[in-house]
Design a protein around this ligand. Sequence first.
Ligand SMILES: NC(=O)c1ccc[n+]([C@@H]2O[C@H](COP(=O)([O-])OP(=O)(O)OC[C@H]3O[C@@H](n4cnc5c(N)ncnc54)[C@H](O)[C@@H]3O)[C@@H](O)[C@H]2O)c1
Length: 256
Amino acid sequence: MELNLKGQKVAVFGAARGIGKAIAEGFLHEGCVVHGFDLDAGDGPPSVVNMHAGDAGSYDQVQAFARSLGAVDHVVHSIGVGSGKFGFPFWNLAPEDWRRVVDVNLMTAVHAAHAFALNFVEKKGGSLLFLASVAGQIGSQTDPPYSAAKAGLINFVHCAAKDFAPHGVRVNALSPGMVRTDLNESVWRAGQTSLPAEMRQDYAVWAEEKIRKVSPLGRWQTPSEYAAMAVFLASEHAANITGQTINIDGGQVMHS
Ligand SMILES: NC(=O)c1ccc[n+]([C@@H]2O[C@H](COP(=O)([O-])OP(=O)(O)OC[C@H]3O[C@@H](n4cnc5c(N)ncnc54)[C@H](O)[C@@H]3O)[C@@H](O)[C@H]2O)c1
């Protein structure tokens, strides 16, 4: 399938590692001009022409990044962080544990959308894509602030999709379940600290058990699977898709 994305300008938040890095590479493969933004710009895909170092928690820094690019065709937000604590039951966490998790998972996405909004309205086209999570759809007990922030993000995608629709701009989300990345490993690490030594598992065993339990297809998802969907959603083939949360999760979440 020809996606016809060649020469389009794409901003990818969280492009240095994990799913965001694979998505940046996916757009590069389609001949796009990709600008990555990450805390650690040095880690980005080698072929990304422009990696910008910055903290998306700072609206000033995100605005400066947006100003430096001018109009873009697509924005992808692939930033996420867990609390680093085992959140079950939720009172294991203190209310102050929530703030950073909500700020990083929700507010950095809001910053990205705000900073590029008027450019998209003026351009009358393009797309935004946010990485949500199955946790935002099922009230995952593993990390309540993460779940709640992702649910907020999915809701914001609905609001933004409605606001942008009259301007021909589309907004969607992808929901991963289990992808082998630093973030995924940090969830395992947080869980282990709450267990007695004899119950601790290594990462591979924990992941295998979890995947078997939660995913009908019973396998890891891979970063390249999100990249494939991201470039498709950016293309004209997806011209009628907006406000959707697409679960690439091995069937973990099924809506009737
Ligand atoms: N890996 C999974 O199993 C999984 C599951 C569900 C949802 N997700 C979601 O997918 C997205 C990508 O996750 P991942 O697994 O690739 O994570 P990751 O930790 O591998 O990559 C996240 C990237 O975001 C960057 N980042 C973090 N905070 C930032 C900030 N304030 N400013 C700029 N950059 C920042 C990090 O430096 C890193 O490069 C996230 O939204 C995550 O919540 C992942």
